[in-house]
Design a protein around this ligand. Structure first.
Ligand SMILES: [Fe+2]
Ligand SMILES: [Fe+2]
Length: 161
């Protein structure tokens, strides 16, 4: 079922965006050498870096600060703990991708820089997509069933803050 509350809708859109971006990243780094157009690659890595800082991390912060405590209160603490554990691993991968992408962008021709980027980028692509898909299956419908209109409005204010 489609997300019903505004907060579920906003998280859903971000999940779809990040799944699409992680697919682009995974495809790009699956080649043995950076054999895609350098401008395309630069745009992709710039998009990934800005999505991490501007979308992924604030999205994780919101889930951890606001949603996971709610899940604990409502008897779904196991799901919250599992998702929070995945956040820890994905946050580390985000840092590794940002750092290695920066080195690669500063030195386009380096095969060492490409090799250093490839491992964390491949793992981030897989783990973040799987995480977003798991939340689409479990967290989004649960959230819709747990919150009322007032909580929805309150949460959207927190998201905008
Ligand atoms: Fe999450
Ligand atoms: Fe999420």
């Amino acid at each position: 079922m489609d997300p019903q509350t505004n907060v579920a809708k906003s998280l859903h859109i971000e999940h779809l965006n990040v799944i699409a971006l992680m697919k682009r990243l995974g495809n790009a780094v699956s080649s043995p050498a950076p054999d895609i157009d350098p401008n395309t690659l630069t745009r992709l890595l710039t998009d990934v870096n800005s999505a991490i800082s501007g979308e992924v991390i604030p999205h994780f912060d919101f889930e951890e600060d606001t949603l996971f405590p709610l899940l604990h209160d409502e008897g779904a603490g196991d799901l919250a703990d599992l998702l929070a554990e995945e956040h820890v691993v994905i946050r580390e991968l985000c840092e590794a991708v940002k750092a290695t992408a920066k080195v690669f962008l500063a030195n386009q021709v380096s095969s060492d820089a490409w090799a250093a980027l490839k491992a964390p980028a491949t793992e981030l692509s897989q783990r973040l997509s799987a995480h977003a898909e798991m939340e689409e299956d479990g967290l989004i419908p649960l959230l819709d069933s747990l919150i009322d209109d007032d909580q929805d409005t309150e949460m959207m204010k927190m998201r905008a803050a």
